[in-house]
Design a protein around this ligand. Structure first.
Ligand SMILES: [Mn+2]
Length: 333
């Protein structure tokens, strides 16, 4: 139900590819988020069910611990040079790859170094396409998440979804839809997640773990971020800013909710959450509650994402950065 014919065609092609190959690398984007982690783990579980070997290798040296309840989380290997994969793959050799939630090579980080040839790679993603990367590139920009796409493949495989798999599917979808509050949320997400609840997923347990278990210090910093709010263009653009001093003590993932608050203001069209991750070097998250396509704005600074949520990294002073970004936003107003 609710899966279109085109989804089924892609899902079947991907299953054929899996059936006729083995020894997979599974990876996702740098600074992996809930969808990246959950979709990769769900594919890992599917491959295991299909008696295929796979190794989960991510660029990040630290994987977001909020998702450590997911089955297979501890199998994720941080990339390093001269990886020994003999524990995961026979002869330790990557022959094929499934890459998830990645629009182009630039987002893969160091994992780009270990990709098999194009005809041994498939990509599953919901961002606007940057690079065609494989023999199959299944890109569905209408999908809320890569995880909901992986669910289609699991369905097409006809396997029974167990609780660990259901938890991964629910987690990836609930994360990328902002617990069903973002504009990308569809009937398909709610339908799939309701099935996962029937299987045994406890929605409150998962949403609490992902969204409502912050450290004391992180919550204080969220307060500080909210106090920093400034508005521009008569309130159309709102900015949350945290300086370097406030960042050091905090796990970045614990304060990312500030991005959503930056646009949770009546009359606000675009929100920016800017944090100084190194002296003079900033990470920017964009949120849009309007027709402003923040993927385009982020692209102007070599970032990217989706029309309503995107990010980039920029060098410079706070005031400079804000005025450069606002000039870019104004091009669309
Ligand atoms: Mn995603």
């Amino acid at each position: 139900m609710l899966a279109s014919k085109i989804h089924q065609e892609f899902a079947n092609k991907i299953l054929q590819f899996i059936a006729s190959n083995d020894n997979f690398l599974i990876s996702s984007h740098m600074n992996s988020d809930g969808d990246a982690i959950a979709s990769a783990l769900a594919i890992h579980m599917l491959l295991t069910c299909l008696n295929k070997k796979s190794a989960l290798i991510f660029h990040d040296q630290k994987i977001d611990k909020r998702f450590d309840y997911l089955n297979g989380f501890k199998n994720i290997i941080p990339y390093k040079k001269e990886l020994d994969l003999s524990e995961h793959l026979p002869k330790g050799k990557i022959e094929n790859a499934i890459i998830l939630d990645v629009p182009g090579y630039g987002r893969l980080g160091d994992v780009a170094e270990i990709l098999p040839p194009k005809d041994h790679l498939i990509k599953i993603d919901h961002h606007p396409l940057e690079d065609e990367m494989g023999i199959i590139d299944w890109v569905d920009v209408d999908a809320s998440s890569s995880t909901v796409m992986v669910h289609e493949i699991i369905e097409a495989a006809g396997i029974t979804i167990d609780l660990p798999m259901a938890e991964a599917i629910f987690s990836g979808i609930v994360y990328d839809t902002g617990r069903f509050s973002f504009s990308n949320t569809t009937a398909r997400d709610l339908y799939v997640c309701s099935k996962m609840v029937v299987i045994g997923v406890k929605p409150s347990d998962i949403t609490n773990r992902i969204f409502f278990e912050n450290s004391f210090s992180a919550l204080k910093i969220i307060g500080k971020g909210l106090c920093s709010l400034e508005n521009y263009l008569d309130g159309a653009v709102n900015v949350v800013y945290l300086a370097h001093e406030d960042m050091q003590k905090n796990n970045q993932s614990e304060i990312e909710e500030l991005a959503n608050y930056s646009v949770a203001i009546r009359g606000g069209m675009v929100g920016l959450f800017i944090r100084e991750i190194e002296k003079g070097f900033h990470k920017v998250s964009f949120r849009s509650h309007s027709n402003v396509d923040v993927n385009k704005v982020a692209k102007a600074f070599d970032g990217g994402g989706h029309a309503r949520a995107a990010g980039c990294r920029i060098d410079g002073k706070k005031e400079d950065i804000i005025s450069r970004i606002i000039a870019e936003i104004q091009k669309q107003m």
